[in-house]
Structure formats: C-alpha cells, structure tokens
Ligand binder design. Structure first.
Ligand SMILES: Cc1ncc(COP(=O)(O)O)c(C=O)c1O
Length: 287
C-alpha cells in the first residue's frame, strides 16, 4: 500500500489528474516550512458529514496561516463532489490540502502561489459497535500541546502534527494504540488526532478546548449527549482526576466515537455512555 500510487483521480490546481500524476515540486514552501493546512472528512452513504463545517475550518486554517484559498466554500464543495464521483466513493475519507508553492524559498513566502488538492479514498466503517467497544490503549506523551501564543492551536495546520506523529510513534513502539497529550500547563488535552472525554454516572467531562482543536466530532458528541440528558462539563482535568472516571472515549472524524480501555496502568470499562454515544453518532452519520 502506497498512497502515492493508488487507482483513481485527485483534484490538483484546477484539474482532475490520474492519481499517480498528482505531484508537487520538491522546492515547495509547504514542505520545508509547514505552510500547509488540511482537512479530514468522511462521506457516509454518499453524503459528506458536516461538509460546511469542514470547509469553513479549512478556510479559517488557511487564513490563520496568512493565506487565502484559491476557491470559495461553494467551489470547494463542488470540487469535493467531483472527486467523490470520479472515484466512485460512497463511504470514504476525503483529504483537502492547501500549501504555499515555490516562488520564494525562505521564511518569507508572501508571493507564493497557493496550491490546492483534494483526494478521497474508500473507507467503509470497519468496526461494528461491538468490536469498537473493546477500546484502545493510550500512553501519556512526553510532548505537550503548545501555548496558543506559540502556535495556531485551533487549526488543522500541518506543523502542529509534528508532535502528534512523534507521540504516536512512541506510543506504538511501546505497544499502545495512541497517546494522551497534556498541554503546556500539564492539563489533559487530547489524543494525537482525536479529542478526549471521561464519564461517570450520567456526566461527561472533557477538557476546555483552549489550546487544541475543538473537533467537529467533539462538538457533535457534546450536542448528542446533551440531547440524551447527559450532563456535559468542559473543565480543566489533570492526570490525578482520571481514576475517578468509569469510562473514557476519544472522538474525531477518523476515530468517530472510540472507547479507551486504558491510559497507562489505569483501566476503564466501556459501558453505557460509550454504547449510547456510538449508537447515536452512527445513526447521525448515516441519516
Ligand atoms: C489533533 C486533532 N484533534 C482532534 C481532532 C478531531 O477533530 P474532528 O472531530 O473535527 O475530526 C483531530 C482530527 O481532525 C485532530 O487531528
């Protein structure tokens, strides 16, 4: 499996290209200086879940890095639709990405062309609710989510993912599935590509999203929980707090609602709240 060499079509700078022809130059600012933003989206049953929210976040991420995308919201939605159709995708993952090109190759890149691509690939919901309920194992990362004054923390800017990959690689090499990241103050923040929640009785606690991505799935799950009569509290959480919870789960476009079975030696038992939220989230994405 090599993502540069699949069958299908990728939109790149105005054209639908054969998958393996969608290339960029090695002297791209985005590659050297992380002047790149992206989205991770899913189509369920032919419909892109929270399409406008993802599109607007992409535009906002680009603006935060100081550039405008070459397409507006409606045009991006049309491009995405064409890519899904060209690749015959009903259930899949969609990856829009924008980056600064090659005109200037230094820290400053004011005049660089903004490139834009959209790829999509088939990605059915692999896990049955029963399989998902087994849960994932997290360790605790040595890397911290940064202070909002040191990085554009609430964007999907590529540079922010450097510490996520470092954390995830460490976790995997020690036999864990993923890593729980604390923030620069030592509070619980999120996993490397998903937000985190803890539950006990009929209450859910989740960290305040003030230095990490306030995920679209996070917002959706908070809404679902409230509609189901579950109390949701956004608060500062420390590692000392986790043993007071019975359940833990992460949320994200890729992860959907995935229970956590352990954080280091501390164990959780995916139960009533995980089951309910998986079921309601699945119903919503497929409706
Ligand atoms: C670092 C990080 N946190 C959280 C999330 C969850 O965000 P969303 O629910 O919008 O996919 C993601 C995935 O995009 C992510 O990469």
């Amino acid at each position: 499996m090599d993502y540069s060499n699949l069958e299908g079509y990728i939109f790149l700078d105005g054209q639908l290209l054969k998958w393996s022809d969608a290339k960029l130059h090695v002297l791209s600012h985005g590659l050297h200086y992380a002047s790149s933003v992206f989205e991770g989206e899913r189509a369920y049953n032919g419909k892109v879940f929270k399409e406008l929210e993802h599109t607007n976040r992409l535009i906002r991420s680009a603006n935060t890095l100081g550039f405008n995308l070459p397409y507006n919201t409606r045009e991006i939605c049309d491009i995405r639709k064409n890519v899904l159709e060209a690749n015959n995708i009903i259930d899949g993952y969609i990856r829009p990405v924008a980056w600064r090109g090659s005109e200037m190759m230094g820290i400053s890149a004011q005049n660089n062309t903004i490139h834009f691509a959209v790829a999509a690939w088939k990605w059915p919901s692999y896990f049955s609710p029963e399989a998902k309920l087994k849960g994932i194992k997290l360790n605790i990362s040595k890397w911290k989510r940064p202070d909002p004054s040191t990085a554009p923390v609430n964007t999907k800017a590529a540079g922010l993912y450097m510490i996520c990959t470092l954390s995830k690689h460490d976790a995997e090499s020690q036999g864990f599935d993923d890593s729980l990241m604390l923030d620069y103050r030592g509070y619980i923040a999120e996993a490397t590509g998903a937000n985190i929640f803890f539950a006990k009785n009929n209450t859910i606690h989740t960290p305040i999203a003030d230095c990490f991505l306030d995920g679209i799935t996070r917002q959706t799950v908070i809404k679902i929980a409230k509609e189901e009569g579950i109390d949701v509290v956004e608060k500062r959480l420390t590692l000392n707090d986790i043993e007071s919870y019975d359940e833990c789960f992460v949320t994200g476009t890729a992860a959907e609602v995935t229970p956590v079975k352990s954080i280091n030696e501390y164990k959780f038992i995916p139960g009533k709240i995980c089951k309910l939220l998986i079921e309601k989230y699945t119903n919503l994405t497929s409706s």
